[in-house]
Structures are given as structure tokens and as C-alpha cells.
Design a protein around this ligand. Structure first.
Ligand code: GDG
Length: 531
């Protein structure tokens, strides 16, 4: 086979695979993902690099207890790391992390059945304040989300971000040694890690997934260190986003800020004899596991207990589940609920709303403000629109807590309506988890058009969080839709979520990298056919 044909077929594989997936129900299971990585990546050490660790240790008196991070991405990559016996490099922030690790910060994971090495990177309080709260969450996060919170650019934060990124890269290089490896970096906290890794080991395959939106170039160009961030990202062989629009914004930002050959057609950048591919891979959730959890007797019992505890009676139930983050549109969602009660008083006493708000980044003022606003609006609704006939139980329940995922599922299951009203969101997993957790199809999803999820979940009730009237009307329309139409709509949405789960996503991303194996820097862009 001609060289170009081999390249073409390698790059086309991911596309064919994704076409096959969207054509029918077969979807990947965790076991199939494990088989796939064993078959396709047998000769490489797999290294995951992320800010958050897959397992952390906490001190309880004199005892050390370990806790698993149950997020979908972590669960899938943990399965890959276990199958290949790889390495995971992450910030060790548990109260018992140092005690559980060896002198190099290594700890065998999963703790109950070791299969791979977690290498913990230690950060000081100052590192965390500048690298994490400062540059990652007060500069990059608002810059990329365009939620009208002004990004804060401080030289000290930037310098520390650079340094911490270097430390993550050092730890990765130490663990890899001189072996061949595939390094998979997660998210905006680590935009510069690939550059330091490639500087010393240009032969390693390095890819990064950017979980949040990428803004348009006009917005991105306000970042004083934009060229450094872009150069850092272009050290990756592959950069993944959730949706095509973010991938194109990234390419436009490169074109606007760097001397580089940008191919918008094939989604690639060539610079200094190197090529980086840019692709979009919409993330999924572990849908089958969530569905099974939702269908269990425990979940039904928990649902009954919640109904009783919150005195929901015969009320229809609206639900929001989010980190308390200004990008999630929580005050906007509640204000639209208030408007619904004003416009359609027939809902007063017949509709309750539960908002689960996970405290998040409270060291930043904007995050404390979201909480204050959400509390104030909830209180106002409760005093303006009390549930007349009941024992004084509130209309809006604001639950400020991080629940165990198992304890979250009964809320998903019982909700007649789930409101996902982000001002901007890379994907939004809550929308997909809600659909997976609604096997009886009794529910409705109201979804912001500014989420990545809205691209796939077109049949949701799409309503803008900036349009209070429209959002209030969407709540009403969703709640009064006749049962047959509602169930048919939910069935279609749910199928979309079940069909492309987190294991499919993992294979799609890794498969694209396997294909890139055939790439050489000397090749002309025009000879390549991407997907
Ligand atoms: C970033 C991007 C992208 C919520 N409350 C609890 C809890 N959660 C879990 C949900 C869900 C996750 O948190 C939230 O995921 P989202 O996707 O909605 O939002 P971000 O945290 O901002 O995630 C986003 C995502 O990365 C993945 O790429 O979709 O756009 O911003 O999984 O279930 N989990 C538990 N208790 C809670 O109380 N255990």
C-alpha cells in the first residue's frame, strides 16, 4: 500500500468506527474497551496526566481510607490504565496522600487490587493558589467560557502555572524512563505539559483533551500569554475538543497568533516541521451502569425516602445538578422558575424544584457570589410562592452538598424535568446522565443551546438561559407535553446517550492516536485525507 493510502486509512478508521456506532445500538462495554486497548496498544506504556487523581487517601484519626473519583472519564481511563498496567500522574491533594505514597510519591492503584502506578505530584498552598485557583480558574476558565466574568491575568499566577506544568511533565518523564509511551493529558490545567515532555522525548506520542470550550480568536487574543499557550498545546500530536466549533476556534486562534500553516479543512496545524491534528470527540457517560443503578430496588427506595423527607407530596419535580459555578446558569434557571410561577400561577403548589449545588472553587469571589445569589432567589421564590396546602415545605430546595453518585441517581430518576441552563459548557454530562437514569422515559430535558450536548440532543427543549421568558415557557411546554409524545421524545434522546458512551469516546480518542502512528513530519498536508 502506498504511504499516503496507509495514512488515509489510519485516519479514516476513527471516522468509520464512529459512523458504525451511530448506525446501531451496539456500544462498547468496559470489558470491550479493555480488550481493545490490549489489542491495539500492547507495546506502549499508557500514561494519563491530570490535575485530579483517580484515587485519593484521606486520614480518619489514625487510619488511612482511600476514595475513588467516580467521574465517567476517570472510570474509563482507570480501566485503560488497569488493563495496560500504566501510569497516572496527578496532583496528590488528599489529607492522607503523602502517608500512603512512597518517597517518590508513588502508590499502587487501585489500592485494593494494584494494577498501575499513581504518581502523585505535590503542590504547596501557594502553588495551588496560583496555578489552580489563579491561572487555571481565574484566567483560563472565564476566558474560555465567555460568561461575562472578567478573566484575571496575573504574572505570578502565569509563572506558577508554567512551573507546575513543568513539574507534571518532569514526573511523567521520570515514570516513563526510556520506554515507548502514549501520554494522554487532561484539560486546561495542563496546557503546557506536552511541550516540556516533547522537549526531552520527541518520540513519545502525546495527546491532550480540552474539556471546556475554546473561545473565538477575538476573545482569545486578550490573553497576554496566548502564543505560549498555543505553542504549548501544539506540542501535542493530537488535541481533542468536544465539538467541531471549538476545534475550529482553536485553529482560528492559532492562525491569528502564530506563524503556522493551518489547515481548516483537515483540521491540522503544521509548524516548525511538526504537525498537530485537531479533532472533536463528543464525550459520553457510563450510560449502561447509570441505567442499571437507576433501575435498582435501592434507587426506588431512596427515591421514596427523598419524596418523604422533602415532603414533595404530589408535586411535579424540577431538578438542577451542578457544581456551584457561574457558567452553569443556576440563578438564571431559578429566575425563570420564578417567572413561570408569575405567568402561570396554576403551577404554584404543583411544581417543586430541587437544586443540588456542589460547592466548588469557593476561594474565588465569583463562586461565592453564585451561592449567595442562588440562596437569595430560592428564598424569594419560597416566600412569594409558598406551597399553600402543605406543612410549610418549601417550593425550592437548595441542597448545598456533594453527594455520592449513587445518592444522586434517585434525584435524576424522580425528576419530571431536568434543567441544564449553562451559559456555556464544553459538553455537560448532567444532561446525559439524566437521560441515562430515566429508563421509564418519564421526564423532560430543558437544555441550553450553549452546551456541547445540545449538538447531539437536538430533541431536548432547547432554551436560552439569557431569555427568562423563553426559559419559563420551555419549562411549561415540557411539563404539559402529552405522555406519548413525551415518552417518544425521551426514548430518542436516551438512545443517543446509550449509543455513544464513555468507553466509545475513549476508543475513538485512542484509535485516532493509533492512526497517527503512521504520520511523519516531512509529509505534505495536501497529501493527507483526514476524517
Ligand atoms: C467539565 C466541563 C464537560 C454533580 N453533582 C454531583 C456530582 N456531579 C457530577 C455530575 C457530572 C459532573 O459532576 C458534572 O459534569 P459537567 O459536564 O456537567 O460539568 P463540569 O464539572 O464543569 O465538567 C463540561 C466535562 O468536563 C467532561 O468533559 O462536560 O463541559 O465543564 O458527572 O454527575 N457527582 C457526585 N455528587 C454530586 O453531588 N458524585
Amino acid at each position: 500500500m502506498e504511504f499516503q493510502d496507509r495514512v488515509r486509512s489510519a485516519l479514516g478508521r476513527a471516522a468509520i468506527r464512529s459512523q458504525q456506532r451511530s448506525a446501531g445500538p451496539p456500544r462498547t462495554t468496559r470489558a470491550e474497551l479493555v480488550d481493545w486497548v490490549r489489542a491495539h496498544l500492547p507495546d506502549r506504556t499508557m500514561v494519563v496526566v491530570s490535575n485530579r487523581e483517580p484515587y485519593s487517601h484521606v486520614r480518619e484519626g489514625k487510619e488511612l481510607r482511600w476514595v475513588r473519583n467516580a467521574g465517567g472519564v476517570t472510570v474509563a481511563l482507570d480501566a485503560v490504565a488497569q488493563a495496560l498496567g500504566g501510569i497516572w500522574v496527578a496532583h496528590g491533594n488528599g489529607s492522607g496522600d503523602r502517608a500512603a505514597a512512597d518517597a517518590h510519591g508513588r502508590v499502587a492503584c487501585p489500592p485494593e487490587r494494584p494494577r498501575y502506578t499513581l504518581r502523585r505530584v505535590w503542590l504547596t498552598r501557594e502553588d495551588h493558589a496560583r496555578y489552580y485557583s489563579g491561572f487555571s480558574n481565574a484566567a483560563l476558565w472565564p476566558l474560555c467560557h465567555i460568561a461575562y466574568v472578567r478573566p484575571r491575568f496575573r504574572l505570578e499566577d502565569w509563572e506558577r502555572y508554567r512551573e507546575v506544568n513543568r513539574r507534571f511533565a518532569e514526573a511523567t518523564l521520570e515514570e516513563v524512563g526510556d520506554k515507548p509511551a502514549l501520554v494522554f493529558i487532561q484539560d486546561y490545567h495542563l496546557a503546557l505539559a506536552a511541550a516540556s515532555i516533547k522537549e526531552r522525548r520527541p518520540d513519545l506520542q502525546v495527546l491532550m483533551f480540552w474539556h471546556i470550550p475554546w473561545p473565538n480568536p477575538e476573545v482569545f487574543r486578550i490573553l497576554p500569554w496566548r502564543t505560549e499557550i498555543l505553542e504549548g498545546l501544539l506540542a501535542n500530536d493530537l488535541i481533542g475538543f468536544h465539538i467541531r466549533e471549538h476545534a475550529l476556534h482553536f485553529l482560528d486562534s492559532v492562525a491569528a497568533s502564530l506563524e503556522a500553516r493551518v489547515d481548516r479543512e483537515r483540521l491540522a496545524v503544521e509548524r516548525g516541521g511538526r504537525r498537530s491534528w485537531v479533532r472533536h470527540f463528543p464525550i459520553g457517560v457510563n450510560a449502561d451502569e447509570i441505567a442499571a443503578m437507576s433501575d435498582s430496588a435501592e434507587t426506588r427506595a431512596a427515591e421514596r425516602a427523598i419524596r418523604e423527607r422533602l415532603e414533595l407530596g404530589n408535586c411535579r419535580v424540577g431538578l438542577g445538578v451542578d457544581r456551584l459555578d457561574y457558567t452553569k446558569g443556576i440563578p438564571e434557571r431559578l429566575e425563570a422558575l420564578e417567572r413561570l410561577f408569575e405567568k402561570r400561577p396554576e403551577w404554584v403548589g404543583r411544581l417543586c424544584f430541587i437544586q443540588i449545588g456542589v460547592p466548588s472553587r469557593i476561594e474565588l469571589r465569583e463562586y461565592r457570589n453564585v451561592l449567595t445569589r442562588a440562596r437569595a432567589i430560592a428564598e424569594r421564590i419560597n416566600s412569594r410562592f409558598p406551597r399553600a396546602s402543605s406543612s410549610g415545605a418549601p417550593t425550592v430546595h437548595l441542597i448545598e452538598a456533594s453527594l455520592d453518585f449513587r445518592d444522586l441517581v434517585p434525584y435524576y430518576r424522580m425528576a419530571d424535568l431536568c434543567a441544564v441552563t449553562s451559559l456555556h459548557d464544553g459538553m455537560n454530562l448532567v444532561a446525559k446522565e439524566y437521560l441515562a437514569a430515566t429508563p421509564d422515559l418519564e421526564g423532560a430535558l430543558v437544555l441550553s443551546p450553549f452546551t456541547g450536548a445540545a449538538r447531539e440532543l437536538e430533541r431536548a427543549w432547547i432554551a436560552s438561559p439569557y431569555d427568562r421568558e423563553g426559559l419559563a415557557d420551555a419549562y411549561h411546554a415540557a411539563l404539559v407535553e402529552p405522555p406519548d409524545a413525551r415518552n417518544e421524545r425521551m426514548a430518542a434522546l436516551r438512545e443517543t446517550v446509550l449509543r455513544r458512551n464513555i468507553y466509545d469516546w475513549t476508543i475513538e480518542v485512542l484509535d485516532a492516536v493509533v492512526g497517527l502512528n503512521l504520520r511523519t513530519p516531512a509529509m505534505e498536508t495536501s497529501e493527507i485525507s483526514g476524517d
